[in-house]
Design a protein around this ligand. Structure first.
Ligand code: GAL
Length: 824
């Protein structure tokens, strides 16, 4: 086999994708490899699998990141739980099948791989860095255990130098184990994030070894403080650190040289001035890099790049949040870590697509509920401009689930927090840390004591950012005192308590750390149209009129009113941006429901109607004019079929088959919806078309939108998010397949089974239709359209060329799409 390695920039560093046969010669002092290929994998207990001579030829060959459970099959018995979900206000235990996605993630899995360390020699160090491993990782090199890390969401590293052989290949083995009843959602399984091998000189800058802050910023200059740790196995020589700060164009804008005597603290402190700094914000995500070179005498020992942004922010009592001096509110979403059809396996193109969709909606902030994110997400938030609330835990000492994090809390919480903060504290996107979500410890006197301990740890490791938590036990939060001691009191689903809370809170502000939890299925509309809580239907779907929520949650508009009317509310993080695997509320007890309905976008990343309600509010630069429901209702002729319009214009007129239904204007009333939506509640359905004409504040017609009754399904239309991909074997295009009639109208009830094939320089990766009850497997190339649509994921090959996607279905004209796969 020929040497195969790709190279890509990760956090500004050269990173190599290492195959076990790659012969990589490099003059660099630091080499970073991504261990992606040539992994062997087997499920179940495997005695002796850590040993180098273990025979793994019969194991499956996989590529990491890898989620062993996403390939299914779905089965309600995979993680059957008989539980009472307390935070959902349940009164008795009931059986729940799809609570964690109904996928086979429980149990043990082993990964093995040859570990070539090219050119490794005496005087060097080798470190393995795991971005996250699900879960309870035990890592072995040449048969010896080098370390373990229980929490599946955190990043961790081990120095493996003393475990490596002087020559020849080494063997890396990783054992992972997921317990039952350990999660409230689908956690994924396996080496679902990247694994890095980092080779340096013995004298080097360790993993996450820099801490960069920008304490003073003026229009003329920004002060950059860079603390750089140095590690050495033996006696440390005198060292010199030369740091250059480069702007986004790569121009050096500041330099500093510092010396460190042979003895003393192994840490450099450098202060640099960046002239006329360009500030980072969601709208201007400008990044700088600090490139440091470490010398002993004339010998270059290490190079290290710290990417950063220059921005300041404040949370002020009575004023709220400001970024770079500009007051603003968080227009945020909470997201779980899974990527729908990909499961938990991380992919940069998939993350970028999610963020692109959220950006278009006007979203400017992400809460990584309820755990540490993949580092790639943080890097993308830096680059694309999102503010982050990086969260650590869903549980402290008091459990929510039988085998959750509470079992590790005492021993591991400090280490977990330290790694979280060290990894991401140089990233400008991270604005605040969250130490927990709805921890039951809110309800006892120990809760605030734990909260203080955790908050102090975070402050010790990063004094520049505040600490938040998402609280849901309103009375107890004041009774026991958690609400008063957090830097940022975050409340989940408490818009009606905001005035009372603000009257009691010493902080002078509060955050909607988790809001709405409206439930809907894309393309599903139920009649009559009424506001409802915990409403269930025979088909296990929820209505997209966006009026349905849970007993503890609200419609979007109920939160909007409070955000708009009450000063010192810092903004909101909507539950959730995207649907996720698991938590199919309100159908927790109704298999085959196994994925959530809270998302503004569905599990395949297709926008639900709600997307446009948020877009109209959050995206001030693009016009939004969206009509719902669809207008193909055979059998509903003459029946009341309300029409809603989501727009950033104040008023609009609706026409059914050319007949005006009157003009609606957004108004304040005792119904929060009338302020944010235009609604015609008495429209009688007649086939044909509906048209809306929007008017601006001056009464000028500024846009119109028409929906037609669809005819018979005729052809498949393919719409790609991107048509040019990188030939790196990882890049992905997300192609929406639409079943349309002869005139190009979406057939909103089409459920044809679509068959997907990809030829040329790409392959079929997975697909999803957003149906939370579908048991079709994501990686199989056939799936039914759900309400006329699905999304197919095409993955680029390692070689350049054209990739051709073909989607067929009996009786429909096929859809074909050509994608260019080429050099970056
Ligand atoms: C919250 C919780 C989330 C999710 C959500 C559903 O209470 O923090 O993780 O369960 O409810 O509405």
């Amino acid at each position: 086999m020929s040497a195969s390695f790709g190279r890509r920039a990760l956090g500004g560093l050269a990173t190599f994708v290492l195959s076990s046969t790659a012969l990589l010669v490099s003059a660099q002092t630091r080499q970073e490899y991504l261990l992606t290929t040539d992994w062997k994998f087997a499920k179940g207990e495997q005695p002796d699998a850590a040993k180098p001579d273990f025979k793994d030829a019969g194991w499956q060959t996989v590529r990491v990141p890898h989620d062993w459970a996403i390939y299914g099959p779905f089965d309600g018995n995979n993680d059957l739980q008989t539980v009472k979900i307390e935070q959902n206000q349940e009164q008795k235990a009931t059986q729940k099948a799809g609570r964690t996605g109904g996928l086979p993630f429980i149990g043990t899995g082993w990964y093995r791989r040859k570990l070539a360390v090219p050119g490794f020699k005496a005087g060097q160090r080798a470190v393995l860095l795991f971005d996250g491993a699900m879960s309870d990782a035990h890592v072995f090199v040449n048969g010896k255990e080098v370390g373990s890390w229980p929490y599946g969401y955190n990043s961790f590293s081990f120095d493996i130098t003393s475990y490596l052989k002087a020559s020849g290949d080494n063997t890396l083995a990783v054992r992972l184990k997921n317990q039952s009843e350990a999660s409230r959602w689908y956690p994924g399984a396996g080496l679902y994030r990247n694994v890095h091998l980092i080779v340096t000189d013995d004298v080097h800058i360790p993993v996450w070894g820099t801490y960069l802050t920008t304490p003073d910023i003026t229009a003329q200059s920004a002060t950059v403080k860079l603390r750089t740790q140095v590690a050495a196995g033996g006696a440390r020589p005198a060292l010199r650190l030369v740091t250059e700060i480069k702007d986004a164009a790569g121009k050096v804008v500041a330099t500093s040289t510092s010396n460190l005597a042979a003895a003393g603290t192994p840490e450099f402190d450098q202060t640099l001035q960046v002239p006329q700094p360009k500030l980072w914000s969601p709208e201007t995500p400008v990044l700088y890099t600090a490139s440091s070179k470490l010398y002993a005498g004339q010998t270059l020992k290490d190079t290290y790049t710290t990417r950063f942004g220059i921005r300041s922010f404040k949370f002020e009592p009575g004023k709220g949040f400001s970024l770079n001096g500009q007051p603003r509110k968080f227009k945020g979403v909470c997201n779980h870590h899974d990527l729908g059809p990909l499961g938990a396996a991380i992919n940069v193109a998939a993350l970028r697509r999610q963020l692109t969709l959220l950006k278009d909606m006007g979203c400017d902030a992400i809460r990584t509920s309820h755990n540490m994110p993949a580092p790639e997400l943080v890097q993308l938030c830096d680059e694309m401009g999102f503010m982050m609330m990086v969260e650590a835990f869903d549980e402290w000492k008091a459990p929510k689930v039988k085998n959750g994090y509470s079992q590790y809390f005492d021993e591991w919480s400090e280490r977990d927090l330290v790694n979280m903060v060290h990894r991401d504290r140089n990233n400008p996107s991270v604005i605040m840390w969250s130490i927990g979500n709805e921890v039951p410890d809110q309800s006892n006197a120990n809760g605030p004591i734990i909260a203080k301990r955790l908050q102090d740890i975070v402050h010790r490791e990063d004094p520049t950012r505040p600490v938040a938590a998402g609280m849901d036990r309103y009375g107890d939060d004041f009774k026991y005192g958690m609400a008063n001691m957090l830097d940022i009191p975050g409340f989940n689903y408490k818009p009606y308590q905001y005035p009372d809370a603000l009257s009691k809170l010493p902080q002078g502000f509060l955050l909607g750390s988790e809001t709405a939890s409206t439930i809907s299925s894309r393309g599903v509309y139920k009649f009559p149209v009424v506001r409802a809580k915990q409403k269930q239907y025979d088909d296990n779907q929820c209505s997209s009129y966006d009026l349905e929520a849970c007993v503890w949650s609200q419609t979007p508009d109920e939160e909007f009113v409070k955000q708009d009317d009450i000063p010192n509310v810092l903004g909101e993080f909507v539950w959730t941006g995207f649907d996720y695997l698991g938590e199919p509320t309100p159908y927790d007890e109704k298999w085959p429901s196994h994925s959530s309905m809270f998302g503004i976008l569905d599990l395949a990343g297709m926008p639900k109607d709600r997307f446009y309600l948020y877009r109209a509010r959050w995206n001030p630069t693009a016009p939004t004019l969206h009509l719902l429901p669809h207008w193909t209702w055979p059998g509903r002729e003459g029946q009341t079929t309300p029409v809603f319009c989501y727009t950033n214009q104040p008023s609009a007129e609706l026409f059914v088959n050319g007949v005006s239904q009157g003009r609606q204007t957004k108004t304040k009333s005792d119904q929060p919806q009338t302020r944010y939506r235009l609604m015609w509640n008495d429209v009688k359905y007649a086939p044909g078309s509906i048209k809306v004409v929007a008017y601006d504040a001056q009464g000028k017609a500024v846009g119109e939108e028409t929906l037609h009754t669809a005819g018979k399904p005729h052809h498949i239309k393919l719409v790609a998010d991107r048509t040019k991909l990188s030939a790196d074997g990882q890049d992905q295009a997300y192609v929406t397949a639409r079943v349309e009639d002869a005139q190009g109208n979406l057939c909103p009830d089409a459920a044809d089974q679509l068959q997907v094939s990809v030829s040329g320089a790409g392959s079929f990766r997975a697909m999803g239709n957003g149906d939370p009850t579908s048991l079709e497997l994501f990686h199989k190339p056939q799936m039914h359209a759900f309400h006329g649509q699905l999304v197919a994921i095409v993955q680029a090959a390692n070689k350049a060329g054209d990739a051709v996607l073909k989607v067929t279905a009996p009786g429909l004209q096929a859809g074909t799409l050509q994608l260019k796969v080429g050099a970056k």
